[in-house]
Ligand binder design. Structure first.
Ligand code: RET
Length: 278
């Protein structure tokens, strides 16, 4: 007997039109391409920020590499999971299934790194940094793993999807409370000119991380090609905003903070110093 969970993801249940299939390929391709490209951006940025913030930009580069690889895997699984038969892209034609579970697995790596960046960027002092970071990572991991278990219900086992979705949301709320604590410290510790940044990052965090539970719940709207494509699009928007754009925001913040704290990047110091121009 095959249970709904054996199909893993709704992608394995719905034939796609050429347009839908191509849109899915395109979305996943853009997603991994953007993440890989920004490895270079963040490595470059790390030369321009003060040493104490350098790890913030390095961690973004690591997140880009990790997410990029996971999304490349998602893309190639998409490509092998469908076969063009009688005018439609049919799933399960080549004994291969698509799964979104890799995403959840990858968040186990990227989410703790994204949260760690926050406390370092805001300049939390050492013992507090470790304590607060750990207090964010614990609910985050519990949120991801309960969600990972629950998402196998998306092919029709709604009680599994919803019960674990609710449990995961409880951990998400706990995480939000911990993140708020770090943001408040960020506001307190930011130089006067930069206090608006942690405040805005707070709303940005809520808006972008909040997209993931929507993507999780979406299969309940029906097993159609449009839902499949829209869900991949939603994941991609969430990924690019919660990792890539978030990384740009944090690196701009630490760049400004470095300057306010009197840091001059090495190359610039050479150009402007009397010794350099002599
Ligand atoms: C799940 C399950 C349903 C309930 C909730 C969820 C929240 C997921 C979140 C994921 C964030 C992921 C990020 C990844 C970056 O690499 C697990 C979908 C609340 C918030 C930021």
């Amino acid at each position: 007997i095959v249970s709904p969970a054996d199909f893993g993801s709704i992608e394995n249940l719905v034939p796609l039109t050429t347009g839908q299939y191509t849109a899915g390929s395109l979305i996943l391709m853009i997603s991994y391409g953007a993440h890989f490209a920004f490895i270079l951006y963040f490595l470059w940025s790390s030369f321009q920020v003060a040493p104490r913030y350098r790890i913030v930009t390095i961690l973004s580069a690591v997140v880009m590499a990790s997410a990029g690889l996971s999304l490349l895997r998602e893309f190639s699984t998409w490509e092998t999971s469908y076969a063009f038969v009688a005018g439609m892209y049919q799933p399960l034609s080549e004994n291969s299934t698509f799964t979104n579970a890799f995403r959840y697995g990858n968040w186990t790596i990227t989410v703790p790194l994204l949260l760690t960046q926050l406390g370092i960027a805001f300049g939390l002092p050492r013992p507090e940094l470790h304590k607060r970071t750990l207090r964010m990572i614990i609910p985050a991991i519990l949120m991801i793993w309960t969600g990972l278990y629950g998402q196998f219900g998306e092919t029709g086992d709604w009680s599994r999807l919803n019960i674990w979705g609710v449990i995961s949301t409880v951990f998400f709320v706990w995480l939000i409370v911990e993140v708020r604590g770090v943001i408040s410290r960020g506001i307190a510790l930011s130089p006067a000119e930069l206090k608006g940044w942690p405040k805005n990052i707070w709303w940005y965090f809520l808006a972008t991380w909040g997209l993931y539970p929507i993507a999780y719940a979406l299969p309940q709207l029906g097993f159609t090609g449009d839902v499949v494509v829209v869900r991949q699009l939603l994941f991609t928007i969430a990924d690019i905003s919660s990792k890539l754009i978030y990384g740009i925001i944090l690196s701009r913040y630490v760049l400004r903070r470095s300057a306010l704290e009197g840091y001059v990047p090495a190359a610039e110091a050479l150009e402007t110093s009397p010794a350099g121009s002599a």
